[in-house]
Design a protein around this ligand. Sequence first.
Ligand code: HEC
Ligand code: HEC
Ligand code: HEC
Ligand code: HEC
Length: 126
Amino acid sequence: MNKSVVYMIAFVIIFVFVLVSVHSQEDMERVDNSVFKNPERPSALFRHDEHNENADIENCSECHHLYEDGQMIEDGSSEDQHCSDCHALKASDSIPALRKAFHMNCKGCHLEQKQGPVTCGECHKK
Ligand code: HEC
Ligand code: HEC
Ligand code: HEC
Ligand code: HEC
């Protein structure tokens, strides 16, 4: 095989690897806020894997839930989707708006468990 072809293939493999690793939840530091037009605040701190380990959350569907006909599916998970795929910027029927969905989920659990940040500046840190 031609040397430059080998280099090309190696380059593509490395490039794909980097892309995949950059976009995995292990490396997440903050929640992506790009779906909000003109975000008012710095995006919220959320080190995905570290957070869930420290908080002792085993069930992915605690956050990545799946509903069918208004019923939550017990073992279903929507981890392959963004919250914004189902939660629009405006609420519709029983589906809370995206911002509210995040606040209910994150802050809701912190309040319930009396652990984790509940003030604006603690989550939306610069
Ligand atoms: C437990 C963490 C947490 C707390 C506490 C919290 N937020 Fe958020 N908030 C989030 C997350 C997660 C999002 C989703 C997008 C992001 O990261 O900004 C969000 C989104 C938002 C958005 C929409 C995106 C934007 O920047 O325009 C606003 C506005 C907002 N929050 C304001 C507030 C205000 C005001 C408070 C205090 C009353 C607050 N938040 C408290 C986690 C939190
Ligand atoms: C405490 C809430 C929470 C738990 C528990 C949770 N996640 Fe997530 N996860 C999130 C949030 C928030 C996002 C960002 C979603 C968005 O941008 O719409 C996310 C994103 C992801 C992504 C996409 C990563 C990316 O960069 O796009 C994957 C994959 C994922 N989670 C897998 C999992 C798996 C697997 C589990 C269970 C072992 C899990 N999550 C548990 C909150 C959670
Ligand atoms: C596959 C679609 C889908 C995805 C993805 C999704 N949701 Fe939901 N979510 C729903 C539906 C549908 C409801 C309304 C359920 C009902 O009818 O009561 C809901 C309700 C909620 C509620 C209010 C009820 C409750 O469970 O407390 C919160 C909070 C919420 N979602 C947060 C989130 C967050 C945060 C994410 C991303 C990590 C997310 N959702 C991803 C479909 C989805
Ligand atoms: C099911 C419960 C639960 C949910 C849902 C949850 N948290 Fe937490 N969170 C906790 C607990 C428990 C702690 C304290 C863990 C510890 O001692 O470090 C915590 C701690 C934190 C901390 C401080 C420690 C750290 O990891 O930096 C941040 C920031 C945080 N959560 C952000 C979020 C955001 C943003 C969301 C929503 C996307 C969220 N949490 C959803 C339970 C939860």
